[in-house]
Design a protein around this ligand. Structure first.
Ligand code: CDP
Ligand code: CDP
Length: 225
């Protein structure tokens, strides 16, 4: 698998990682990995079984046996459609709790490596470039100001008919980022060889164009679309 090209996009909450990963993967015809959804699904599955989220080994066992399927843009856990539950901020918070356990990370890393398939992979999360795919050919660390990120998350929720308060969203984002940055196991930080991209003032199209240009410089053959 080492010769299958990988692009990683890491960064804080609501910086636009998932959107950039999806659009870039689509443009390149690559597989996409939303690693955060695995942490979210693992937390939901453990919570559903009434497992204490502080019990690292019990949660890791759930993570190693996750029965997830991705069908027609929906995500299923066993027989349940968890697509909407997955995106709740409460789920993000639980995900960040279980993500601090090294045993859980080890279980989910195995699943993540399986996404490295031809013709290539775009993977987004917190430790894609630092821990899971350290040999990725292009690593992007995507940031945006906290105010911008809170606004974007707010819009996203409103469009789904969920009401939310911008100030408390911003608090939630900043608390979760602090936890992700300060944990011992694969904390959120840019890889030494990552390209830094602050997209606060960029449209998605502008970020995609920049990433594809970087990719064309890195892997000229892969940029032919
Ligand atoms: O995956 P992550 O949590 O980093 O963020 P996302 O879900 O991709 O993006 C959060 C929201 O910001 C989405 O609704 C995007 O459409 C929006 N966004 C934006 O408005 N402008 C950008 N340049 C990037 C993302
Ligand atoms: O979309 P958003 O940026 O809010 O979150 P996410 O990417 O779905 O990740 C949810 C949580 O899972 C994060 O706050 C991290 O604690 C954890 N996570 C992680 O530890 N490592 C990853 N590669 C991806 C997510």
């Amino acid at each position: 698998a080492e010769d299958i090209p990988v692009i990683t996009i890491d960064g804080p909450t609501a910086s636009g990682k998932g959107t950039l990963a999806d659009v870039a993967a689509h443009a390149l015809g690559y597989v996409v990995l939303d690693s955060g959804s695995l942490y979210r699904a693992c937390a939901l599955a453990a919570d559903r079984e009434d497992i204490d989220l502080n019990d690292a080994n019990a949660v890791a066992a759930i993570g190693a046996n996750l029965n997830l399927s991705f069908k027609r843009g929906r995500v299923w856990l066993d027989e349940d459609d968890i697509t909407d539950a997955l995106r709740l901020e409460a789920t993000g918070l639980m995900a960040s709790q279980v993500a601090a356990h090294p045993a859980v990370r080890a279980a989910l890393n195995q699943l993540q490596l399986n996404f490295r398939r031809l013709p290539g992979l775009v993977a987004d999360g917190r430790d894609m470039g630092t821990a899971v795919f350290p040999d990725a050919a292009l690593k992007v660390f995507l940031t945006a100001s906290a105010a911008t990120r809170a606004e974007r998350r707010h819009k996203q929720l409103i469009s789904k008919g969920i009401s939310a308060n911008i100030e408390s969203l911003r608090q939630d984002l900043e608390n979760r980022d602090a936890r992700d940055k300060n944990r011992a196991a694969s904390p959120l930080h840019p890889a030494l060889d990552a390209r830094m991209l602050d997209n606060s003032l960029q449209t998605i199209e502008e970020s995609v164009e920049l990433l594809l240009n970087w990719w064309a410089e890195t892997r000229p053959f892969a940029a032919q679309r």
